[in-house]
Each structure stands twice: as C-alpha cells, then as structure tokens.
Design a protein around this ligand. Structure first.
Ligand SMILES: Nc1nc2c(c(=O)[nH]1)N[C@H]1C(S)=C(S)[C@@H](COP(=O)(O)O)O[C@H]1N2
Ligand SMILES: [Mo]
Length: 233
C-alpha cells in the first residue's frame, strides 16, 4: 500500500503533536504530574508500589513515530525513559513474582483511561515507560508523569498518566475504555489492526472526520485546566 512519505497504511503526517484521546477523558488530569507512583498488581505473589525504583533502571532515549488510529501520525518524537522489558525482568519478575501465565497486561491511568496489551508485545525492544519528551520532563498533555510508548501499536495502546500495571492470566478484569469494536487486542500499525470486526481500511473513513473536533476539544480542555491551575502570566 502506498501512502504519503512512506507512512504505514492509511496514515498521514501532522507537523505538530496534538494532545489527543477519547473525548470523555479530555477534562481529566493527573493529580500529581511530577511524582511517579506505580502499583503492580494482578495474578502475582507480591503486589508492589513503586516510586523511585523505575529511575534505577538503565535510562534510554529513543526516536520513534507515533500513529493515532484516527490516521494522523507524528514523526520523529524523542522519548526518554526506561524499557518496559527492563521493568519486567528487573523489577516485576523478581519482586512481584507474576504467575507464568499472567500475560494479559492491563494499564490503569490517572484520568480513568485503561487499555491492555499482550506481555509479548510489551517486551519488544522499542517499548518504553517514558518520563521525558525532547529531553524535558513529560508535559501533562503528553502523559505526565509516566506513559507507555509502543511505536508498533496505535496511539490508543500508548496509555498516558499511568498509575497501575496489572498482570492477569485472562481478560476477565478488563472493560475497555472505548467501545469494544474500537479495541483490537494488539492494534499493530503495520497490520492496520485499527479495531475488531471491521477491516482497518474501513475504519479510516469512520475515524478521519473525528480528528479536527477532537484536537479542538482537547486543546480547549487543556487551556481551561491551565487557567485554573497556573498563575496568569
Ligand atoms: N490516559 C490516557 N491515555 C491515552 C488516551 C487517553 O485519553 N487517556 N488516549 C490515547 C490515544 S487515542 C492517543 S492517540 C494517544 C494520544 O497521545 P498524545 O495526547 O500524547 O498525543 O494517547 C492515548 N493514551
Ligand atoms: Mo488515538
């Protein structure tokens, strides 16, 4: 499939990086965007509450493209953080003792958003728990204090404001934040796995008209939030 600038199928490039998401979360913000507090729960021997432990893992920087399921892409973002695979092998496995079959990984976010990915996808080299963007602390609009960066998966599998990671044997505890058809279990960009039941190319046309109104909605929500939480300049 040929697309402009060799982007994945059905994607087009944006010059900026808008705050984006499901509309119902636009007006919700992290209570404390500067302090990482992460719980690790699920089918495991020992639940954990982590704060500074993540910062002990090897720091990594990565430049990657970001692909929203609604068809916009932002190229060349410079993220900083730690690899999810290091988090899993150096903290979760030794300290929490997850069940060998607990491969359904569910992320819960401070704004109420939640999303899941298979553990195998999260162990890929380019999946980060990111706390920096462009060498600066992650801004609130892009997921402070901690977000997942999974470049091979659509934006909706890149949860912002993460507060908990859960490792389960099955999907029983999961209720997707979006409508079920919008939540593909893997959502790989290269395979155009935009959603369930409908082919990816069809969903392009359903989603595209939502881009501009959603960007505006999220921008206005952030402006209102900033007006009430910061001193006027
Ligand atoms: N907590 C949370 N994470 C989220 C969302 C959200 O609404 N809340 N939206 C997802 C979607 S659909 C996209 S495209 C990206 C947008 O990330 P950005 O706001 O940094 O551009 O965040 C994803 N992660
Ligand atoms: Mo998205």
């Amino acid at each position: 499939m040929s697309t402009p600038d060799n982007l994945p199928p059905g994607q087009y490039p944006l010059d900026d990086f808008p705050r984006f998401g499901l509309r119902q979360f636009a007006h919700r913000f992290p209570a404390n965007p500067r302090q990482v507090t992460l719980t690790v729960t699920g089918d495991l021997a020992q639940p954990l509450t982590l704060a500074d432990e993540l910062a002990q893992l090897p720091a990594v920087e990565q430049i990657s493209d970001f692909h929203c399921v609604t068809t916009w892409s932002r190229r060349g973002l410079r993220w900083g953080g730690v690899r999810f695979s290091d988090f899993y092998t150096q903290i979760v496995r030794p300290q929490a003792g997850p069940d060998a079959n607990a491969t359904f990984v569910l992320f819960r976010c401070q704004d109420g958003y939640r999303v899941a990915l298979p553990l195998a996808d999260l162990l890929a080299e380019d999946v980060l728990l990111a706390s920096q963007l462009d060498g600066q602390p992650l801004p609130v609009e892009h997921g402070a204090p901690l977000r997942l960066v999974a470049p091979a998966h659509y934006g909706y599998k890149n949860p912002k404001h993460i507060r908990g990671v859960e490792f389960w044997r099955d999907a029983r505890t999961y209720r997707p934040a979006a409508l079920r058809f919008m939540d593909h279990p893997r959502a790989r960009v290269a395979a155009e796995e935009r959603g369930r039941w409908f082919p990816g190319w069809l969903l392009r046309y359903l989603y595209r008209p939502m881009i501009s109104p959603t960007i505006r909605h999220f921008r206005r929500a952030l402006e209102r939030h900033n007006a009430t939480t910061r001193d006027p300049e």
